[in-house]
Design a binder for this molecule. Structure first.
Ligand SMILES: [Zn+2]
Length: 321
């Protein structure tokens, strides 16, 4: 029996599946930051995937209709290529691999299950970009803190009549196979038992609303990110261009620098600091004298920052110290 599940826990999301389809328990586990699968799906170039998906659909059709095993093998090879592109496609591969490996000599191809799987595969080139547009609209009307507002529950309840979206471009929710179980020591969570792309999107969007999580475009990299912490967060926590630093760390540093350069107290301190630092090289002061001075100057600066000293008093002290 084929087996895959997805769940959220704190700021992470988890995917587990039975890679061979024979164990009945998950033996592969993938862990991502919360909502990363949905956000990276939004950035996927579905137009580029369409030709390969069409070929796979046609090959699978030949397998089902004409018992063409070679076509089936080709379909699986192509699917294995696609699975590198996204976790949703990885789960797609696993589901098809399971069906393919169960097709023995006595298997009756063309069952209801086979027809459904074929329909699903053939519709993917059209469906994937459609899902992207529906998610985009859901962001605009419900989740995006800048365009929709800070309260996803309010925004979602305004946007639907029962389970029908009021805007025809908006994502439509449907019943999905959810269970509920311990997912780590001391914590239970709803768990999705499905590797269907539509189900995983559905589960991700409703989880954001249930958990009051808004999204925003990162001020540094421009990609969407979930606001799992403060709603005022402006930067994502992804690393900047393969570096160690995240957008959030870089943003914090830039803001600090900007704040400092606008601050007259810091400017006065910095100017005097540079002047005296040059004295070390010129031999006018020793290292120790300089560092003693800079320690006292920082204390005076702190007094000025807290209002004990005026800016004039502080600059006068800098001159005569
Ligand atoms: Zn970013």
């Amino acid at each position: 029996m084929w087996y895959a599940k997805m769940y959220f826990s704190e700021k992470r999301e988890f995917f587990q599946y039975d890679a061979t389809g024979t164990q009945g328990v998950p033996n592969v586990s993938r862990e991502l930051p919360f909502l990363e699968s949905l956000l990276s799906f939004l950035e996927l170039d579905c137009g580029a995937l369409a030709p390969a998906l069409r070929q796979i659909g046609e090959a699978w059709n030949r397998l089902i209709a004409e018992d063409d095993r070679q076509a089936g093998t080709n379909a699986m090879v192509e699917l294995a290529q696609l699975k590198q592109r996204h976790i949703y496609l990885e789960l797609l591969y696993v589901r098809w691999y399971d069906r393919f490996s169960r097709m023995g000599a006595f298997d009756n191809r063309g069952s209801e299950e086979d027809r459904q799987m074929l329909d699903e595969l053939l519709s993917l080139p059209e469906q994937l970009p459609l899902y992207q547009r529906r998610i985009q609209r859901f962001f605009e009307l419900v989740l995006d803190v800048d365009s929709a507002g800070r309260d996803p529950q309010q925004q979602a309840s305004r946007s639907y009549l029962y389970d029908a979206p009021r805007d025809p471009e908006l994502f439509t929710f449907r019943p999905i196979p959810l269970s509920f179980e311990p997912v780590e020591p001391g914590r239970c969570s709803p768990v999705l038992y499905s590797g269907g792309i539509r189900d995983m999107i559905d589960y991700s969007l409703r989880s954001c609303v249930e958990r009051d999580i808004t999204v925003r475009r990162c001020k540094n990299c421009g990609r969407w990110f979930p606001q799992t912490g403060r709603v005022s967060a402006e930067y994502c926590e992804r690393p900047v261009a393969q570096g160690e630093q995240t957008c959030r760390e870089m943003g914090a540093f830039q803001q600090w620098t900007k704040k400092q350069s606008d601050d007259p107290v810091f400017k006065a301190y910095r100017k005097e600091y540079k002047r005296r630092f040059a004295w070390i090289k010129a031999g006018r002061v020793t290292d120790k004298e300089f560092y003693d001075w800079s320690k006292r100057a920082r204390e005076k600066k702190a007094e000025c920052d807290s209002g004990i000293l005026s800016l004039e008093e502080f600059t006068a002290w800098l001159k005569r110290s």
